[in-house]
Design a protein around this ligand. Structure first.
Ligand code: URA
Length: 442
């Protein structure tokens, strides 16, 4: 078999076989197929696409290129959740304990933040003492014991995807639905869950800017999951503004705790309940979404979800008291108010810009080795649809000191708000549900 023949076949619109895709991925991983051939192949995929079968073969070849986590010693149906990246997205911190309190085991590996997106691992580490590295044995024992563990990625999972993603980044081949779908799913499949719930973001702050494209991406991922025996469902949610009010590690943990108390922001609560409902159904603890939602609301109301959060924090070395007293979290000493530049109604808030602003304050990483400050960040005081008057505070910056750099960030936050004269109701957060039986607009 030769790489050039496979590139030629795809360039001319042919369908690649499992053997051909395995040959390419193995050869590329082992350094036998050079970057220039993989670039040409990725560009051929970009233009010609791949059908569901080919996408599933590519996914499995990448999942099998490195370590694969064996979660079989954990009792029950393990359901994982993945978000395609959002600003202010602290759903895993709520959903982990919430779903576990319904009897669905959550054995989750999460990532660190980079650029405008935060990472669950950084958020959890803002709780003093919290450990995000556990041995595989301790990870499994904790899930069997209390139902939930969330740790950083360990081992070498889907290294072929890592190499290919870096190549796509510099060859203008990231924005291909089959390549994104196989990239995301290869990592999820290597992480070992039996079922997967995906939160696919759409809008200005997301990979996919239109609902149609987001649905196609979601469908491609659901088809991969279904073909390889992992039941998968996806929700499409709007990313035309940050989720909740808080952006920044400890600030987001505080908001997640508020949500577990049942008094979190409406959008965050709605998304957590929707994603968790699918997880509870796939995990076999409810017969349908309505039953799952009732169960989840009851777990929030009764305090069982919060109790599970405290148990989870304690098991990973943190102070469980943080669940009742978020003032135990690191707090920035200075708060700077960002004023509205004019009268009107908030029409949009560029999520990506606010993610970058939080990063510039020190809440995120510019480079993989940047050091972050857990206390700093932004809390929004106005969201889309709300009226504002000139000079009124639209956001608060939580910082170590006020200085010229902070003032520059303040201007950036102000500019991220679009303020118009007309009244405007915010667009709905949840837009579509994608399952193996099809796409349903909400
Ligand atoms: N995220 C991934 O993990 N892979 C992609 O290709 C795009 C986004």
């Amino acid at each position: 078999m030769r790489a050039v023949d496979i590139i030629h076949k795809k360039r001319n619109g042919g369908e690649l076989t499992n053997d051909e895709l395995s040959f390419l991925i193995k050869g590329y991983s082992q350094g036998e197929i050079p970057d220039y051939q993989m670039s040409a192949w990725a560009m051929a995929i970009y233009f010609r696409g791949m059908n569901a079968e080919e996408t599933a073969y590519l996914t499995m070849a990448m999942a099998e290129s490195g370590d694969q986590v064996d979660l079989s010693p954990i009792r029950g149906i393990k359901v994982d959740k993945h978000s395609t990246g959002g600003v202010g997205d602290k759903t895993s911190l709520v959903i982990g304990p919430l779903v576990a309190s319904c009897g669905v085991p959550v054995a989750k590996m999460s990532g660190r933040g980079l650029g405008h997106t935060g990472g669950t691992i950084d958020k959890m580490q803002s709780m003093p003492g919290f450990r995000t590295e556990l041995t595989r044995e301790d990870f499994i024992a904790q899930v069997n014991d209390i139902g939930v563990a969330i740790i950083g990625q360990s081992g070498d999972m889907a290294p072929a995807d890592k190499k290919l993603y870096a190549l796509r980044d510099v060859t203008a081949t990231v924005e291909s639905i089959p390549l994104i779908a196989s990239s995301v799913m290869s990592k999820k499949i290597a992480a070992g869950a039996d079922a997967i719930v995906l939160d696919v973001k759409t809008g200005s702050g997301a990979f996919m800017k239109t609902l149609d494209d987001s649905e196609k991406l979601a469908m491609a991922m659901v088809e991969i999951g279904t073909k390889v025996g992992r039941r998968t469902a996806a929700l499409i949610s709007d990313m035309d503004q940050p989720l909740g009010f808080a952006i920044g590690n400890a600030l987001e943990v505080r908001e997640a705790i508020e949500t577990l108390h049942g008094r979190g922001p409406a959008d965050l609560t709605e998304l957590c309940i929707a994603l968790a409902s699918h997880m509870v159904v796939l995990g076999g603890q409810a017969a349908n979404l309505e039953e799952a939602e009732n169960l989840l609301r009851e777990k929030l109301r009764s305090g069982e979800a919060l109790a599970k959060f405290k148990q989870f924090v304690a098991a990973q070395g943190g102070n469980p008291e943080v669940g009742d007293d978020p003032s135990l979290l690191p707090q920035a000493p200075v708060i700077v108010e960002v004023p509205a530049p004019k009268n009107g109604h908030v029409h949009a808030i560029q999520a990506e810009e606010l993610g970058l602003a939080a990063m510039l304050l020190g809440a995120g990483r510019e480079k993989t080795d940047s050091v972050i400050d857990y206390a700093v960040g932004i809390t929004l005081q106005r969201k889309v649809g709300e009226p504002v008057r000139e000079g009124e505070t639209i956001a608060l910056l939580h910082v170590r000191e006020d200085n010229a750099a902070v003032q520059a960030v303040s201007k950036r936050v102000q500019d991220a708000y679009s303020i118009g004269t007309d009244e405007l109701s915010p667009s709905p957060l949840l837009l579509s549900i994608v399952t193996e039986s099809g796409i349903k607009r909400i």
